[in-house]
Design a protein around this ligand. Structure first.
Ligand code: G3P
Length: 217
């Protein structure tokens, strides 16, 4: 499973890229808006740091507007993946753009039928929003499991990108489900490093060593 960072914050992206942990980055209009910087500037900055796919979402909702924005974004860097919403226009634009070898991430996916349409339209990545389904008392991870199974049975090349991740257990569940990618907010990636027994064990090892270190020579 690949790990993407779900943020438009350049410092966080640089930090985790320096650990060699990042296979890609996802952004959305809400994440870009928080940064107070233009979409074009930030996507170009991210693409200079990360070699893998960097998702940039269209703002247009009409077919032609989506195509125009997508073609512009795709010119910013070779690793830009255009994020399209799962609407009728989004699916139509996906088919056109993938026909031009522009990479597409279909986003705002909340049902297996939407995921099937995205895969059939040639999307490279299909993003089920796990946390937002959990928020309305549905089981977001069961959609991830369904998608992995249906894509595999049909030998569709689209990757399942588990998104809207709210806690570390979502990451573990996505890995168990066989998701190709999980996109993780920085605060949750940070939590994945931590276990109280690691802290406690390290403190004990260092304390024990302190008692005998002078006798080591
Ligand atoms: O990038 C899209 C997705 O991960 C959004 O997550 O937490 O706003 O539902 P969230």
């Amino acid at each position: 499973m690949q790990i993407f960072l779900d943020t438009a914050n350049l410092e966080e992206i640089k930090k985790y890229a320096s650990y060699g942990l990042l296979d890609g980055v996802t952004t959305n209009p809400s994440l870009i808006a928080k940064e107070g910087v233009s979409l074009e500037k930030r996507i170009k900055e991210i693409c200079a740091v990360v070699d893998g796919p960097v998702s940039a979402e269209v703002l247009a909702t009409d077919y032609q507007g989506m195509l125009d924005e997508a073609r512009t974004y795709a010119g910013w860097a070779p690793n830009v993946f255009v994020k399209l919403p799962l609407t009728m226009n989004g699916i139509k634009a996906c088919r056109t753009l993938t026909g031009e070898s522009i990479h597409v991430n279909m986003t705002l996916v909340f049902s297996i039928n939407q995921a099937i349409l995205a895969a059939k339209a040639g999307a490279d990545l299909v993003s089920p929003f796990v946390g937002r389904l959990d928020d309305i008392s549905e089981d977001g991870m069961s959609l991830v499991r369904d998608m992995v199974q249906v894509f595999r049975i049909n030998s569709w090349g689209a990757k399942v990108l588990a998104a809207s991740i709210r806690h570390p257990e979502h990451v573990a569940e996505a890995a168990r489900a066989g998701a190709g990618i999980v996109t993780i907010p920085p605060a949750i990636l940070e939590q994945m490093f931590v276990h109280p027994l690691t802290e406690k064990g390290l403190a004990q090892f260092l304390a024990d060593w302190e008692k005998v270190k002078d006798k080591q020579k």
